[in-house]
Design a protein around this ligand. Structure first.
Ligand code: RB5
Length: 147
């Protein structure tokens, strides 16, 4: 399945990288739904993880992207929502593996500790890499059974 629609949000720590990523993704003709925040004021990352996770499992996008200081809190919060498989990624190789082995549907990025160019490369890899299927399908079913 080719990825066309992306739903994205951040907290204050991920805000500036979110703005840059949204513009860059739109330049490449992805359909991007930015769920906020709209400014740099302090917000709580679980609120935005919930917005993206719920919209994603409702079928409103192919994948989600979340950005906080580390990406850790966003991933922990998003993974509370049944159907979300969020991966906190700081390296393009892991972006590919999160898609190939885990069929990750939410990418959680660090806005404070990973630079913009590396995050772009992570996003590019994540969006371009398909799920491998095969032996991984049964493992994902076991994850779903935990929900
Ligand atoms: C906010 O200070 C910070 O805790 C948050 O952006 C994130 O890194 C949490 O995991």
């Amino acid at each position: 399945m080719a990825i066309n629609t992306i739903i994205i949000a951040s907290d204050h720590a991920g805000f500036s990288q979110k703005q840059a990523l949204v513009a860059w993704l739109r330049e490449q003709a992805y359909q991007v739904n930015d769920l906020g925040p709209e400014g740099e004021g302090r917000v709580d990352y679980p609120d935005y993880a919930a917005l993206v996770g719920r919209a994603l499992v409702a079928g409103n996008a192919d994948v989600g992207i979340l950005i906080c200081g580390t990406g850790i809190g966003m991933a922990i919060a998003a993974n509370k929502i049944a159907g979300v498989r969020a991966a906190n990624i700081t390296d393009p190789v892991f972006a590919a593996l999160a898609r190939e082995h885990n069929d990750a549907n939410v990418l959680a990025l660090s806005g404070r500790f990973v630079d913009e160019a590396t995050n772009r490369s992570i996003v590019e890899t994540f969006l371009a890499t398909p799920f491998s299927g095969g032996r991984h399908v049964g493992r994902l079913a076991k994850i779903s059974a935990l929900e």
